[in-house]
Every structure is written in C-alpha cells, then in structure tokens.
Design a binder for this molecule. Structure first.
Ligand code: ZN
Length: 88
C-alpha cells in the first residue's frame, strides 16, 4: 500500500493519505490547503488512523528539526517553481 504525505500550508501539520484517495484532500487538522511532500510506504502493520504522529527521541530532535527545515525549504522552492510555471 502506498501513501502520500502532505504538509498543510496553514498549520504545517503533516497529513498522510493512501495514494488512491489523496487527490483533492485537505488538511486533516484545520482543513487548509496541503502540498505534497513525498510518497510514503508503510511496511508491516496496517495504519488504522489517517494521521501519523511522529515521535522522535529527544537526542535526535535537533537532527529531525534540521531535516524538517530542509524539507520545508524544498517544498517552498517547489511551490515557487510551480507558481512560475503557472504564470508563463
Ligand atoms: Zn492545517
């Protein structure tokens, strides 16, 4: 089963949907506009809830935050490119 992760432009919450239903979905938390992050694959147990809470070890928190910042920047750059394409 393939899942897609989306980040809310308003509240920054990550929402994960099964790839087959991901079109036209909005933020699970606030209903805001979401932008795709990555394709996510789930190995093993089925996901029963549509939201995933990511828990990180406090020692790895800095690392995780840096990764999240990089990811956010990549998404912002991508949005900019998409917007540029749209205006051509
Ligand atoms: Zn939201």
């Amino acid at each position: 089963m393939e899942y897609k992760a989306f980040r809310c432009l308003d509240c920054k919450v990550i929402s994960v949907f099964s790839a087959s239903v991901s079109d036209g979905m909005s933020c699970l938390d606030c209903g805001g506009f979401i932008t795709p992050l990555v394709n996510a694959k789930v190995h093993g147990e089925k996901i029963s809830k549509m939201t995933i809470n990511v828990e990180v070890n406090t020692k790895q928190l800095d690392k995780a935050l840096k990764k999240a910042e990089k990811l956010a920047k990549a998404v912002a750059d991508l949005n900019m490119e998409i917007n540029n394409l749209g205006s051509e």
